[in-house]
Ligand binder design. Structure first.
Ligand code: 5GP
Length: 304
């Protein structure tokens, strides 16, 4: 006969399944911190809101070492400095410990600070495969009052792409001429192959009319816009999780191992640039992400 103090077999199986699921959820959050898909501050906020959640049950030392460039030595010094015991879980911190950790995080990995006085020029960037194009297309369809800038490119049209609608398709000499005449607000060679650039004229005309302008461009381009138009609003689109981005990047499995690894490395580097942006928007659902971007544009214009 089973000991009355031991839970029945079914309960034990259910409990162990639950424990495995919780461990997986914590591991996936740690990957999200490591790849900068989620800020450590956001995880701390989730832990505080719900101590029983995956974020709340991560042990503080594991939380710290999932932050890029924090090894075991640094971790132990930080714990000692903040007066936090290594057995503590994130959701079990006292108010003072939590504040100390928050302050330390803000100094070490600052979150973007929304700047005031932004223009109606909105840049949407983010890692490859995060869905920038889909979000931009959704905005164009539902908000015709917003001008989606049409870029010039040296790549050839794909089936269904229309010159002047999707891109201005030009050859190398044509692109050189645009640069020489100063007609591009920014331009970059994307994926080491073709050149892409944003024509200045239509943007300036639309901004002068008080319209919002949306640029869906790569990171190099976003940095150039920051230089050329410091009051532009820069939005970085994030995947809901690192695992989701991996699925979107390599999901179909048509690439070889080397290509997969290269894409994942690029994604990590791209994610690391998010702190250069004014706002982060998570693309869990295209319609919601698009709406959030539109609201940011409106809010930026209100304060400017
Ligand atoms: P695709 O060839 O798939 O249409 O676009 C490839 C990449 O080029 C995308 O990541 C897109 O964001 C980027 N891109 C498109 N237009 C521009 C542009 O005008 N400037 C820059 N810097 N990147 C662009």
């Amino acid at each position: 006969m089973a000991d009355s103090r031991t839970p029945p077999e079914v309960d034990r199986v259910a409990a162990s399944r639950k424990a495995v699921a919780a461990r997986r959820a914590r591991a996936s959050l740690k990957r999200d911190i490591a790849t900068r898909v989620v800020s450590p501050q956001e995880i701390l906020r989730r832990a505080t809101a719900d101590p029983a959640s995956p974020a709340g049950t991560i042990r503080v030392p594991e939380f710290l070492t999932s932050i890029p460039a924090i090894g075991e030595g640094k971790r132990d010094r930080i714990l000692a400095d903040l007066g936090i015991s290594p057995v503590k879980r994130l959701g079990g911190l006292g108010v003072r410990q939590r504040r100390a950790l928050e302050t330390w995080l803000d100094g070490r990995v600052p979150e973007p600070v929304a700047r005031s006085s932004r223009s109606r020029l909105l840049v949407l960037a983010g890692p490859t495969a995060v869905g920038k194009g889909t979000v931009a297309a959704h905005i164009q369809e539902h908000h015709p009052e917003i001008l989606l800038s049409v870029s010039a490119t040296t790549r050839t049209p794909r089936p269904g792409e229309v010159d002047g609608t999707h891109y201005f398709f030009v050859d190398d000499a044509g692109f050189d001429a645009l640069i020489e005449r100063g007609e591009l607000l920014e331009w970059a060679t994307v994926h080491n192959t073709h050149r892409y650039g944003t024509p200045r004229g239509p943007i300036e005309a639309a901004l002068a009319e008080g319209r919002t302008v949306l640029l869906e461009i790569d990171l190099q381009g976003a940095r150039q816009v920051r230089e050329a138009a410091p009051d532009a609003t820069l939005v970085f689109l994030l995947p809901p999780s690192w695992d989701e981005l991996v699925d979107r990047l390599v999901g179909r499995g048509t690439e070889d191992e080397e290509e997969r690894a290269r894409r994942l490395r690029t994604a990590r580097v791209e994610l690391a640039s998010q702190n250069e942006f004014d706002h982060l928007v998570v693309n869990a659902n295209v319609a919601d992400a698009a709406q959030e971007v539109v609201e940011l544009a409106e809010a930026s214009a209100r304060v400017s």
